[in-house]
Ligand binder design. Structure first.
Ligand code: GEK
Length: 237
């Protein structure tokens, strides 16, 4: 279903409402440049890291696209994949969409407090940006603690550049991407306003240093498309 939410609405704070959940597949593909590549990377990472009996968590799973990518990567290996999302509407739709896929479980809850343990892989794609900045290091530290030795966190975020001219350039490229995906100037402006102080992006430097602060020993960037990036971080073996 096509995302036309900001064609008619005059604004308000962005929420993961039933209306957003209905159009979310279209919204994320037309809003996040390189989203398909993120799923490709998750599939490859899960295929490389996970063995039979392993546990995977996807924090902020929305409709479960990353869970499905991981599932395809580990096909036939009896890996359990838990998706956690705070939006009841997302959880309801994700459960419908993943029905019948063995080993995939969707839970409604807060990533900041959800009990995780013995994880081999934790996915957090475009979710940390919605968590209050003051709580981000604690969440990453919990992820680090929940991972088994040698386990991996895959983190994707919209980011900002520390250089003003580069930031302006990246931002304009993102708006151009959205125009080319069929969003009007009005839709782009309304969504931008709705996300003010809801989605708070940070710089790649901040992500790298926070991942290290949370305890990860090996941290590297694996993807960038315009102002969206992904990092992998491994816990010491
Ligand atoms: C994908 N990963 O398709 N706890 C749990 N869920 C949360 C929290 C929280 N504290 N805060 C926000 N969410 C997905 C896309 S979307 C990204 C992730 C976007 C959930 C929120 O309900 C939403 O479903 C998701 O995180 C963010 O790859 O819309 O830009």
């Amino acid at each position: 279903m096509k995302d036309e939410i900001y064609r008619s609405e005059a604004g308000g704070r962005f929420e993961f409402s039933p209306d957003v959940a209905r159009v979310f597949e279209d919204m994320i593909r037309r809003s996040v440049p390189g989203y398909g590549l993120t799923l490709t990377a998750v599939q490859a990472l899960a295929g490389m890291e996970c063995e039979a009996g392993d546990e995977v968590y996807d924090l902020g799973c929305s409709l479960g696209a990353c869970m499905q990518a991981a599932w395809q990567g580990v096909r036939g290996r009896r890996v359990t994949i838990h998706g956690i999302d705070s939006s009841p509407a997302m959880v309801d739709r994700a459960r419908e969409m993943l029905a019948g896929k063995e080993g995939l479980h969707v839970h409604q809850g807060d990533a900041a407090t959800w009990a995780m343990s013995s994880a081999k892989l934790i996915l957090m794609n475009f979710t940390l940006q919605f968590v209050p900045v003051s709580q981000r290091v604690a969440l990453l530290t919990r992820c680090h603690e929940a991972l088994r030795p040698g386990g991996v966190l895959f983190l994707s975020e919209k980011f900002v550049s520390q250089s003003d001219p580069d930031e302006q350039w990246l931002r304009e490229l993102h708006w151009q991407f959205k125009r080319q995906q069929g969003y009007s100037e009005l839709e782009i402006a309304r969504k931008r306003e709705a996300l003010e102080e809801v989605l708070v992006p940070e710089s790649p430097e901040t992500h790298l240093s926070r991942l290290r602060e949370a305890g990860f020993v090996q941290v590297t960037q694996v993807l960038q498309c315009l102002n969206f990036g992904s990092w992998v971080a491994r816990k010491a073996a």
